[in-house]
Design a protein around this ligand. Structure first.
Ligand code: UN1
Length: 510
């Protein structure tokens, strides 16, 4: 581990911010130690940025924007292409660092870096496709069209569970759009962020990218709040809890800025009697215990028809019984640790609460002890028979708890349960019956931002727009036309005639 950090030359720097090539630190340093959830050992310490640091970063970003917005978009895309190449070269190392700092299994750490590479490729293509519409004017000798211009500084607040991928979704789109970004990673996972910044700095240097196009600031909620309130930052893209999102949204709305929120999910899979049960179970297990239940898209509720309920339950219990839980760096492990002891506490508290409400714990729920689990952050994923209306089931607990919910009758009953929560991120149905799957996808079907058929709720590809409705915040990141939110749209009407007619046929003779 130390080798990785040393090879990135970050241990000696102890930075609290970077504006691209330059790293800085505060005068009065607040040092934060970062321990690995794998074994509780200290990995490295970082310095938390001060309000003055933030000011310096914003000023540099403002200056950079003035230059960067004039660089042709395909040239900006070329820089992003090279960033993608660097990430390819560092995939193993960065994936491993994600695992060490965050605790997800190595396959998922590597998968996360792959998402970064994929979004770079996507953004490169996009850099030649920042298209607007042309319209026909109602006036003779007039032309109308729209263009998309860069917006300015994009503040990116990312969460610990995807410590680098979510930044890249935002930053790479922002970069080709001509924006500059300031990234505040989760204070739980600053090392992977520092590593990324180091990796991309080589490309920035080689291409003379102005200092301040890609900035990083290591800080806690105070820096997030400062950024949210800052009118020099037209767009804040924040990923995290609904509680955090509401705070950010309020601050940004208070100054009429734009916010792109990707908040809590309470994702369900519906299994109908027409489902391929084996596929459904596989998807459920990956969705429920993958990343130890710490994805926004984690499967939290399983809504199963009474006819196949016992079969599904039995199969799940068999699999949960032999889940390999342990060191996420080991290839055989499928479930790593939770991020910290606080998360273990939320896990056990939610389980206590749901049982008080009438839920029946079928398996798991305990934290694991012994030499292999020395950090105290390993838990046995739980399955609980529950009802959708329980308060605990209505909440997102960021841990591997799967609520088994039985439904009877038609698929509409299952859809009503699936929609019957405040969150609206991801959803899925397993069925081979066209009428059921189409009912799920219809306007009266799933109310989520993501609705899948015969695949699970987690593990979305970067090509689609990612995000959800209701308390999930409404934002869309990553693929499709999510880029439009990172630009300002301008409608242009041009008169190439010799007279100046008014729209709507208005006569205004002077
Ligand atoms: C998140 O949990 O914040 O769809 C992002 C997925 C991943 C991204 C999750 N591609 O599960």
């Amino acid at each position: 581990m130390h080798n990785i950090l040393e090879s990135l030359q970050i241990r000696s720097l102890n930075p609290s911010f970077s504006t691209g090539l330059t790293w800085g630190t505060t005068q009065e340093r607040e040092v934060k130690a970062i321990h690995s959830p794998i074994d509780g050992k200290l990995i490295a310490s970082v310095c938390m940025a001060s309000a003055e640091d933030y000011e310096q970063v914003v000023k540099q970003a403002q200056a950079a924007f003035v230059q960067w917005r004039n660089v042709p978009a395909p040239k900006r895309g070329e820089v992003v292409r090279q960033i993608g190449q660097e990430l390819r070269l560092h995939k193993e190392m960065l994936g491993k660092l994600v695992t060490m700092e965050m605790g997800k299994i190595l396959q998922e750490g590597l998968g996360e870096v792959q998402e970064m590479i994929d979004i770079c490729d996507f953004a490169v293509g996009l850099s030649r496709q920042l298209h607007g519409f042309t319209m026909h004017s109602e006036r003779a000798d007039h032309r109308m069209y729209e263009q998309y211009h860069p917006l300015g500084i994009v503040g990116i607040i990312s969460a610990f569970n995807f410590p680098v991928a979510v930044w890249s979704w935002n930053a790479m789109l922002a970069a080709v759009c001509g924006d500059v970004c300031i990234w505040k990673p989760s204070e739980k996972t600053p090392l992977t962020a520092i590593a990324c910044q180091q990796i991309i700095s080589k490309v920035l240097k080689e291409n003379n990218v102005p200092e301040g196009v890609f900035s990083l600031i290591i800080g806690d909620a105070r820096i997030g709040q400062q950024m949210a309130e800052d009118e020099r930052v037209p767009l804040i893209s924040a990923t995290g809890s609904t509680r955090m999102g509401k705070q950010v949204a309020k601050a940004v709305a208070g100054r009429l800025g734009k916010s792109l929120l990707e908040l809590g999910g309470n994702n369900a899979i519906i299994i109908t009697p027409q489902a391929n049960i084996e596929s459904a179970v596989r998807a459920t297990v990956f969705g429920a215990v993958g990343t130890c239940g710490q994805r926004c898209t984690t499967t939290r509720r399983l809504i199963v028809h009474a006819d196949v309920y016992d079969q599904v339950k039995e199969r799940l219990l068999q699999i949960y019984d032999r889940l390999p839980i342990g060191n996420p760096l080991q290839e055989s492990t499928l479930v790593g640790p939770l991020i910290d002891k606080e998360a273990v506490k939320s896990f056990t508290q939610a389980l206590e609460k749901v049982q008080q409400e009438g839920g029946k714990l079928l398996t798991g729920g305990n934290s694991l002890e012994g030499s292999a689990y020395i950090s105290g952050t390993y838990v046995k994923p739980a399955i609980v028979e529950a009802e959708n209306h329980y308060l605990t089931v209505q909440e997102e607990t960021f841990a591997p708890i799967l609520y088994l919910i039985r439904y009877e009758g038609s698929v509409e009953n299952a859809i009503a349960l699936q929609n019957g929560v405040r969150q609206g991120l991801s959803s899925a149905i397993f069925s081979t019956h066209l009428q059921e799957t189409e009912a799920f996808l219809a306007s009266s079907g799933s109310d989520c931002g993501i609705a899948n058929v015969n695949i699970g709720t987690s593990g979305a590809e970067i090509g689609g727009a990612f995000g959800g409705e209701k308390e999930t915040g409404g934002g869309r990141e990553s693929g499709s036309d999510a880029w439009k939110f990172y630009m300002r749209r301008q409608t242009n009407t041009i008169n190439y005639g010799k007279t100046m007619p008014l729209a709507q046929g208005i006569k205004f003779e002077i």
